[in-house]
Design a protein around this ligand. Sequence first.
Ligand code: BTN
Length: 320
Amino acid sequence: MKKEILQMLRGAGEDYISGQVLCEKLGVSRQAIWKNITQLKEAGYQIESQPKKGYRLVESADKLVGADIESRLKADCLCRKVECLEQVDSTNTRAKQLAELGEPEGTLVVAEEQTAGKGRRGRGWASEPGIGIWMSLILRPRLKPQQAASVTLVAAMAVAKGIRECCELETGIKWPNDVVIHGKKVCGILTETSSEPDYIHYAVPGIGINANTKSFPEELADRATSIYLETGRKTDRNALIAAVMNAFTDYYRKYLETGDLSLLLEEYDQMLVNKDQEVLVLYGMAEEADPEKMQKGIARGITSSGALLVDTDEGMKEIV
Ligand code: BTN
């Protein structure tokens, strides 16, 4: 019921909404409304109550609240349910456990803190409590496993769009799936899948967004940024999560329509910060790449399978 109450309070904007109207619309008693409003207040929402006028939402909580996220999802949003945790080892690990137990597509796991956040290539992902967005979505795409790699690119597009819409901040994508602002990383994505040779059981894109981080350790400061550092404002994390899920829904459906990125190519390329920029093509893992084989070139955009097209300085067209 908190989801509906929040929807109605937000819909009323600066105005009050009477207890009577809430009761009638939700078909519950005044006491039930009062109880839920009290719980919302306890969770950190500033809700003004005035006799004869009713209730007014003054400020949302600076806390992740499943009902708040759900109250902002579009009616056709792919995300149907939010599991909101205070602390977890990794939201990816939790989402995979749920998926193994048969949880349907569309369940989102979010946590205030991860104690063992996972990054790509076996690295960790710092996930301090209360300031970031650490979340993982359960997907069950009817695609071949090799097509699933593009889920990460789809998620990057959704994050870029969500930040743009919710925080009025221009973002770009550094191929394949880092979301960047002014060249610094604001979001990382790690997709984990469980599949058989020609069947995907589930895919779990895990998204980490530096939302309200106030500073980074020295060794990261020139590569990482946060929405707070870029805008000077605190982001409403529930609103941003919902904006990302709403955007993801549209992109993901287009991706499923063809099973590749062909309907998203143009938009992805517009977000691509590497487009028409010089890139260095490395063969093998970056740290161990053979310098003899490095090639300079200009990135031209992506293919429908998510690979980067590069015109090399030696006049070749490479698909990376
Ligand atoms: C990267 O290395 O760029 C990917 C980082 C992905 C971090 C997110 S935070 C939510 C989800 N849970 C994890 O353990 N990792 C991902």
